[in-house]
Write a protein of this length. Sequence first.
Lengths: 351, 621
Amino acid sequence: MTYITKPKFHHPGLQTNALGFTRRDYEGKVSTLCAGCGHDSISAAIIQSCFELDVEPHKLAKLSGIGCSSKTPDYFVGAAHGFNTVHGRMPSVLTGANLANRGLIYLGVSGDGDSASIGLGQFAHAVRRGVDMAYIVENNGVYGLTKGQFSATADQGSKSKKGVINHDSPIDLVGLALQLGATYVARSFSGDKEQLVPLIKGAIRHKGAAIIDCLSPCVAFNNHAGSTKSFDYVREHNEAVNRMDVIPARSPITARYEPGTVTDVTQHDGSVLRLRKIHADYDPNDRAGAMAFLHARQAAGEIVTGLLYVDPQADDLHGYLGTVQRPLNGLTDRELTPGAAALDGINASLR
Amino acid sequence: MSLESPEGLERGGGLTAVNDFVVKFANVNGSGSASANGMFAKSILRMGVPLAARNIFPSNIQGLPTWYEVRISEAGHLGRRGGVDLMVAMNPQTWDKDVAEIEPGGYLFYDSTKPLPPSKFRDDVTTIGVPLTAITNQAYSDPRQRQLFKNIIYVGALGELLGIEMAVFETLIGEQFATKAKLIPANVAALHMGRDYVREYLKPLGLQVRRADKVGNRIFVEGNNAAALGAVYGGATVCAWYPITPSTSVAEGFTDWCQKFRTDPDGNARYAIVQAEDEIASIGMVVGAGWNGARAFTCTSGPGISLMQEFIGLSYFAEIPAVIFDVQRGGPSTGMPTRTQQSDILLAAYASHGDTKHVLLFPEDPRECFEFGALAFDLADRLQTTIFVMLDLDIGMNDWLCEPFAWDDAKVLDRGKIMTHDELEAGRDFGRYLDVDGDGIPYRTLPGVHPSKGGYFTRGTSRDRYARYSEEGAVYVDNMERLLRKFDTAKSLVPAPITHAAKKKTGFGVLYFGSTSPAMNEALEALEARGLHVDAMRLRGFPFAGEVFDFIAQHELVFVVEQNRDAQLRTLLMNEGGVDPAKMVKVLNYDGAPITARFIVGQITALMDSPHIASSNQLAK
């Protein structure tokens, strides 16, 4: 499918955000994915999140790997620069881009083949480094573009459309992210926009590596009986630990839930993650507890969703490297080149 | 054996030479010999005598043999000569091989503490025994001190045997321990122990270092360190790398230089260095940073380039600046990790799948490593593609005597064609892959430039001039042809070749590049001295400028001298210039040791005498 121009039509009554942009200003080109694809719902959630957070469209950098999911950055926030990199290597490209200019928001979009199979190493190391990014894995357990092979997140015993049973153990990216030190870890479902939008907003506002594993059924190759990543299966087994709202620092905090069911988590930038707990005993600031909870529920056949862990005061790679606040790509010649006099000194020391 | 019964100067007549001989140190890796050997080399430079020093070392941390070869040459011949006049045999493991390597009439310096059977020596080699272990054991009780000072003691002894001024060593020790002054007396004392033993029991050798004035203001530095400094001057801010011999010291050097020159008063860094998880991630980070407008590089060797292929293709096709320092080593596969070769030429020139071509720079010494190291970033931004700086282990990991680094403060870094916010705001047409100027180089925008204009989607898939996805054949071909035009533009931007004309008009030419330079310079002199005239051209960059093919056309026969098995440069010349293979004769050294003038002269003279060339031999005379 080739490029399609989307008519730019604004209804005069469209709601605008604080920057004067409408939701349509955050849209991109028309999706070329299959009708009903979960990934398009995630794109819509990203659009909604950026609109609600008043993100300047051009201050977003969208990076992806290769695959169905990785095509999607063309379908949202069209004014932003996007980079469809190579298969499984988006994390390193995003890391380099982030090093070059710390002043932008970095959104990584990937799939389960891209992040859990070919790109598992890069996924792990970008998380370890604490790259400041919102990293969304659009997880459907299947290779769509090559027509239905299992990916590494496919559950053991899951059946492919062709009837093949998967015998390999699945890779759980949420469990991995927790173990590798991600400072914001969430799982959601493309069919649950109410849960997903706040999680994306929280990830964007988070400083450090924010990972969202978003189950996103493949309508073409993984939505049949026997699949554990189908719409029906995920709806039946979804076990949300919490529901979240993101309240930017400048907004007054008004709505109050019943005491004992709400936790407010203030992030480094002052924004508040308001968690309405469904599991009353769930503590999203306890990494070890989150891992134990996740494993226990997984063993019980449940897919745990929600904000599973957050370290609201986390630092990022720039903090660890001690880089200057100004973007490295904006430094002047004078700030970069030591000059001839310094070189004379170097020459003298080499004789 | 006791200190009082030295075994010295017992055999042989002994070579005589002043400021023109080769000393080789045979040591054990990890024994602390490197700094002592380095001091020995530097003392000769301070005497005003040029030298070339080369480490020959194993892929090992401790225990295996390592050598340090010093060629002293007042005439300024800085290639490896071949052969050894004085062997400093400090490693029993390699004794037999080391002794066998000495030129007839040469000298063998060894630790004579334990007597060795006569069969271990050669009749045509003068033996100089100094009981180093006995001396150190008498002077020191701490095993570590014994080890370290033994090295200084042999330097003192050698200095006295070769006529090197002790004051020069003392100055060097003072400089080396400037910040740890209390170590100076102990080191000087050890130096004197060696000197005093020689004064008492031995006599100077036939090989002598005599003060001269042939070093001038030249500097003595490793190519990797020079390349790293070039990256600093070239404005690199992002370095992503993965450790691999022999390139690791590029990243380490960059770190050191940045800490010195790129640290704000508040301690913040105007650079970012990431040791990546592998070479793929390294180049991925470089591509990401380059896409986002920072000058970024990685440093690696052949195995790393193999791993980076996919990203190099992306950089070529999506047109993203990147710089790769490839410090070449012996391949293929793991090959000879600690030996030198020029065997990544084709790998780099045509890296990645599909039709690609990449810009290569070939520095001949550390001075050019610095110059090209800085230039590479301008070229990467100007051409929006990957630029390879092709070092090798010989240049990269050895200190070379070379002209000092130079920098013009009036120079402005060339950031290439970047469309600004104001240009976009003014309504300038932006097509990411639009050839506005006819040089094949499009304009790019950087992420975050403008709220509504200039944004585009970068991808490795085919697209039209406005960066819109397209699989139309004509659109694809249009883009591929523009990439060729861009590559054509690169011809005038890479450093031009340098020609050295023979004293007489000749039908013979020779092409060479990179670390072959010092050996070639010496070989040309030697050939000229034999009345064999050969015009020479040193290639400094790829794509090849037209004058390279003119040079080939102007000669009946051209020798192509390279340090690989398959004559990769020759293949590249054939492929890019349609040169008749019969016109280009291979001269190939690829055993892992740096090429020598002896080898080049031997090969070229033998080839000239060979039946198929002999008919045109008179061309050279």
